[in-house]
Write a protein that binds this ligand. Structure first.
Ligand code: ZN
Length: 240
């Protein structure tokens, strides 16, 4: 049961161990998306600049057809405006180039971090996989000896054992120690303790229904003075 419980938790542990790697991967993906967006933004500004330059060239080519001084003044004013606008576009391009650089630097750092975390996780995964394999082998061995031991148990007893095991989903046996059931930690009536000690029949805990057993040698009614002393030492209120 312990082995099954430990093995059951392995996927959870694996998931938890992978968590820093997942976070770094997500962060890297987000940063790469931001790099792409900033690059697109830069290209859009470059396109705007190209269009603006084309427009300005066209305007300049019209300069020869200007007739009056007023028209020429207006043209100079337009040119000045166009220059200013070009400056704005160039500024925007520089800013987005900076942004792309910064984001690419961050992406590089995150990539390194992700690579390192990947190595750590791979090691942890190998460890957990090995543990799982070891536990599976141990479990198979225990199951084999369980089957072997089952064959030696009286059928009626085995059936009761399996019933308790199935209903409790837990250890069906419990030792009687210091007057209490080791399974549920409740005090066992002295009369029942005496019966369990004799070990001549099967007794169950009245509280948790586990099958009780005595860890030492069976204690008979006609026991030696030594075991009588031991009995008196270990149990109280036993009826003889
Ligand atoms: Zn009990």
């Amino acid at each position: 049961m312990e082995i099954n419980e430990t093995r059951r938790k392995i996927p959870e542990r694996l998931h938890a161990a992978e968590s820093p790697l997942r976070e770094a991967t997500q962060l890297l993906t987000d940063t790469q998306t931001a790099v792409d967006a900033a690059t697109k933004e830069r290209r859009a500004h470059e396109k705007d600049l190209d269009a603006h330059e084309a427009h300005t060239e066209k305007m300049k080519s019209h300069a020869a057809s200007l007739k009056t001084n007023k028209e020429y003044q207006a043209h100079l004013f337009e040119l000045e405006l166009a220059n200013k606008k070009r400056g704005d576009f160039e500024e925007k391009i520089l800013l987005s180039m900076d942004k792309v650089d910064q984001l690419q630097k961050t992406a590089k750092e995150l990539q390194d971090k992700k690579d390192a975390l990947e190595k750590v996780f791979t090691r942890e995964k190998q460890g957990l996989d090995a543990q799982d394999k070891e536990l599976a082998a141990e479990l198979a061995q225990l199951e084999a000896s369980y089957r072997e031991a089952s064959l030696k148990v009286e059928k009626r007893l085995l059936e009761r054992y399996n019933q308790v095991k199935a209903s409790r989903k837990d250890q069906p046996l419990a030792a009687v120690r210091d007057g209490i059931c080791a399974g549920c930690r409740l005090q066992i009536p002295p009369q029942l303790i005496a019966q369990v000690k004799r070990s001549d029949d099967l007794h169950i805990c009245p509280y948790c229904r586990r099958m009780l057993y005595w860890e030492g040698e069976p204690v008979t009614e006609t026991s030696s003075p030594l075991s009588e002393a031991k009995k008196a030492d270990m149990e109280v209120g036993e009826s003889v």
